[in-house]
Design a binder for this molecule. Structure first.
Ligand SMILES: [Zn+2]
Length: 238
């Protein structure tokens, strides 16, 4: 087994710490757009609800207008019948027209009741739309606030990512090139983690046992040993 200066191993460990931290920050940053759009989803629900309530209100107004038109038409019909009454020649005809006038007036009276009920519904629906629009405004403000907070946090994370990456670069400069090459190779083969700690004979990369002798040798800290299972570089905390 090749001897490696202890400080080179320490540099690899530090490099892994920095790279793992950078990867964690990067994955948080990558998830940011989805997180922001998830927060804004609630507004879509509000928009749909407001739209539905507005449609309901428009339907009610339409119903109101149609009652109004019918009542006016009935009014005209009554006027016409009343004129006919004046030119009536027989009592039978007179009674028939009177009866008809009464029927029309009854129908109008029913419609007037319906109109009042309809107006009340319009009033309630109008209030409901306004209330929902107020809620929407509050919600939109909350969404904007949360988004701004997330973006502010992301900016801080970008800053610390830059700092970590610059430390990482300076570490790389101090590591012997062949050793760094090995590190990079293992990293590419082992999901981004090239060097891992062994605790009580267990590799923290794959959670398998390593041979006790290897574990003892690792304590000397001047050799680079690989996990027989996941092939990552191993170290122990002295
Ligand atoms: Zn392992």
């Amino acid at each position: 087994m090749t001897k490696i200066p202890k400080e080179q191993i320490a540099l690899l460990i530090e490099l892994q710490v920095k790279e793992s931290a950078a990867a964690r920050i990067q994955s948080t940053l990558n998830a940011l757009p989805v997180k922001i759009s998830e927060i804004a989803v609630v507004l879509n629900t509000f928009e749909a609800a407001i739209e539905a309530q507005k449609e309901h209100l428009a339907d009610l107004k339409k119903t109101y207008r149609s009652f109004d038109t019918d009542i006016r038409a009935n009014h005209e019909r009554v006027k016409k019948r009343e004129e006919q009454l004046r030119s009536c020649t027989t009592n039978k005809e007179y009674q028939a027209i009177l009866k008809e006038i009464e029927e029309i007036k009854k129908a109008s009276s029913r419609m007037e009741d319906d109109t009042i009920a309809c107006l009340e519904k319009i009033d309630a629906a109008d209030k409901a739309v306004k209330e929902k629009e107020r809620e929407y405004t509050d919600e939109a403000e909350a969404v904007a606030r949360q988004t701004a907070e997330l973006e502010a946090a992301a900016n801080m994370q970008r800053q610390s990512l830059d700092e970590i990456l610059s430390v990482r670069d300076s570490l790389v400069e101090k590591i012997q090139p062949p050793l760094f090459k090995d590190y990079e190779f293992i990293k590419s083969q082992a999901r981004g983690i090239a060097i891992v700690e062994v605790k009580e004979c267990i590799c923290s990369g794959c959670h398998m046992n390593i041979p006790p002798q290897m574990y003892n040798e690792l304590h000397r800290g001047d050799e680079l040993r690989m996990c027989p299972h996941c092939h990552r570089m191993l170290y122990v905390t002295q």
